[in-house]
Design a protein around this ligand. Structure first.
Ligand code: PLA
Length: 448
């Protein structure tokens, strides 16, 4: 009799027999009398780890994420004047997060519709959402859509769309090198490495001019191996806020197509999609990762889409079948709620219009913050030319402050931002501009 089993089990009771038969069902190798011997295998021994050191004792503390870690540090700071300009998340003039009115309306409609259920979506996600997302980025009259040569799959926001695209390319594309801009969003190299691609950089930003390093970009892409993948920010480049002009986009397109380089667009801040449409219009192939985090304020709902534009409908359908094989073991199928919100808004003319009005209000507030910060620095006579603050576009200003100056601003002024000197203009308000301007002034004049 086993000392650790209750006597009725150890004596071969009905319960014991049922457990034994269940175990045999799970693992046929288990003999009928094995319950008590099994028990001795799973009971604690001095070396089994239950009482000794953790089996994970060797695991080292990982550093915080360079962007999301800023919020972690911010949350720990008890100072009442603290300001989080790290993550690119929109805040109101009162410094509060917002849910768009049109999103609230769509959610209300969804909640009130009793016919809606919580079943699994297909592996590729919500069909309506996918169609509407493709229409939004490529245009309703896009020949690529009409010719059925675009496949769109719903993924977990922009990050998940990039990740699925990376893994698809790693499995099915002949060239394993992806060129990403220098600098770029910090998560890009990690995502593409995980997809099995090797990452190289192309020159993008020139600190001397605060602008695009166009010559360097053309040279680096010009010497890339033919067929290499190239990551392009569709608009509002993160972190620099510097985009090519339309004419420069045209030249980039020509160069890339002439060398057979494969464009992979990251459209995380979609406002206009001219760059993407220019590449699709020439009939060539490309990938596009879309996010609704910023443009609909759906950050935590994780809504996004990956589209792959192919040469013909046949290829597109085979590509989709393989995307399903990437998605199924990764997250099986995507969540239903956020995609339903987006589909509700995009398919209703009124709601669509309401969305664009709210989107414009967010963009306008960010632009007005650029002007206020610029004026505040001019008023303080802060050394240097700060006109890049009003020239850059999107959510971020790439200030040019170095990591020591950033550390100083965090320590002395409780201003939280990424160490590369990027600030999220969307986190700023009229009330906090003077505090930020004081901090920048002090950093520039006191820290080298
Ligand atoms: N691509 C770029 C260029 C981004 O800047 C971001 C988000 C994403 C993709 C991913 O967004 P999503 O997965 O939430 O859709 N960048 C943020 C947040 C806003 C972050 O780092 O996760 C940033 O502060 O840079």
């Amino acid at each position: 009799m086993h000392p650790q089993l209750p006597s009725h089990l150890a004596q071969g009771s009905a319960t014991d027999r049922r457990l034994n038969s269940l175990l045999r069902h799970i693992d046929p190798s288990i003999a009928s009398s094995s319950l008590s011997s099994m028990d001795s295998q799973i009971s604690a021994s001095p070396t089994s780890g239950f009482h000794g050191d953790s089996v994970f004792a060797h695991v080292v503390q990982a550093p915080e994420d360079s962007i999301l870690g800023v919020t972690v540090a911010y949350n720990k700071d008890p100072s009442p004047i603290k300001l989080n300009l790290g993550v690119g998340a929109y805040r109101t003039e009162e410094g509060k997060p917002v849910v768009l009115n049109v999103v609230r309306r769509a959610e209300q409609l969804l909640v009130n519709d009793r016919s809606r259920v919580k079943e699994y979506l297909p592996i590729v996600g919500l069909a309506d959402f996918n169609k509407l997302s493709a229409k939004l980025i490529f245009g309703a009259d896009s020949p690529a859509i009409q010719e059925n040569r675009v496949t769109t799959v719903q993924c977990l926001s922009g990050t998940g769309s990039l990740r699925v695209g990376a893994e698809f390319l790693g499995r099915h594309y002949h060239e394993r090198t992806i060129y990403i801009p220098q600098p770029t969003w910090g998560n890009h190299p990690k995502i593409f490495n995980l997809g099995g691609l090797s990452v190289k950089y192309y020159r993008y930003y020139d600190p001397a001019t605060w602008g695009l390093h166009f010559q360097g970009l053309l040279e680096d892409l010009g010497s890339a191996p033919s067929g290499a993948i190239v990551l392009l920010h569709a608009c509002a480049h993160n972190p620099t806020g510097v985009d090519p002009t339309l004419e420069q986009w045209g030249q980039i397109r020509q160069l890339m197509r002439s060398k057979g380089l494969l464009p992979f667009f990251d459209s995380a801040y979609q406002a206009n999609a001219q760059s993407v449409r220019m590449f699709v219009a020439d009939g060539g192939e490309c990938l596009v990762a879309q996010s609704y985090a910023k443009n609909m304020g759906l950050y935590g709902e994780r809504v996004g889409a990956l589209s792959i534009v192919c040469k013909n409908a046949n290829v597109a359908s085979r590509v989709e079948s393989q995307l399903k094989l990437v998605i199924r073991p990764m997250f099986s199928n995507p969540p239903i709620h956020g995609a339903s919100i987006v589909a509700t808004i995009l398919k209703d003319r009124n709601m669509y219009d309401e969305w664009t009005v709210e989107l414009k209000a967010m963009a306008d507030r960010i632009i007005s913050m650029r002007h206020k910060l610029f004026e505040a620095l001019c008023a303080r006579g802060t050394p240097g030319d700060w006109s890049h603050i009003i020239k850059q576009i999107g959510m971020f200003t790439f200030t040019g402050l170095n990591s020591e100056q950033v550390a100083f601003m965090t320590k002395e002024y409780h201003i939280y931002m990424t160490s590369d000197g990027r600030i999220s203009m969307a986190g700023l308000s009229s009330k906090t501009v003077p505090h930020l301007a004081d901090a920048i002034h002090a950093a520039v004049t006191r820290v080298g």
